[in-house]
Design a protein. Structure first.
Length: 103
């Protein structure tokens, strides 16, 4: 199931170049935040996270703009994903602690 951030990044576009750059951004999000898969190494994940969090990097800015997005919009999406991931990790940890205390 595709989340809202991914839907926005992969919306259909009649411009093939814009579609290509949206696919690049979508892959960066998938590499950084997607589920662990056998073909994705920690280095690939780290590289994607670094790309998506280096907001002043010309490459990041160019990819966003070529995809038809304001870089600050993508920055907000990235921050939202980190917040969701952090919140999920805290919930999982608190569930584990509660379960352990029930023994």
């Amino acid at each position: 199931m595709m989340n809202e951030s991914m839907k926005v990044l992969t919306e259909e576009s009649s411009d093939p170049e814009k579609k290509l750059w949206r696919a690049v951004l979508g892959q960066a999000f998938e590499d950084a935040f997607g589920p662990e898969r056998y073909e994705k190494t920690k280095a690939i994940k780290q590289e994607a996270v670094e790309f998506l969090t280096n907001y002043s990097d010309v490459s990041f800015i160019n990819v966003c703009e070529n995809a038809g997005f304001d870089p600050s919009f993508i920055k907000r999406k990235v921050r939202k994903k980190f917040t969701e991931k952090f919140t999920s990790a805290i919930k999982n940890l608190s569930t584990k602690v509660r379960n352990k205390n029930e023994w």
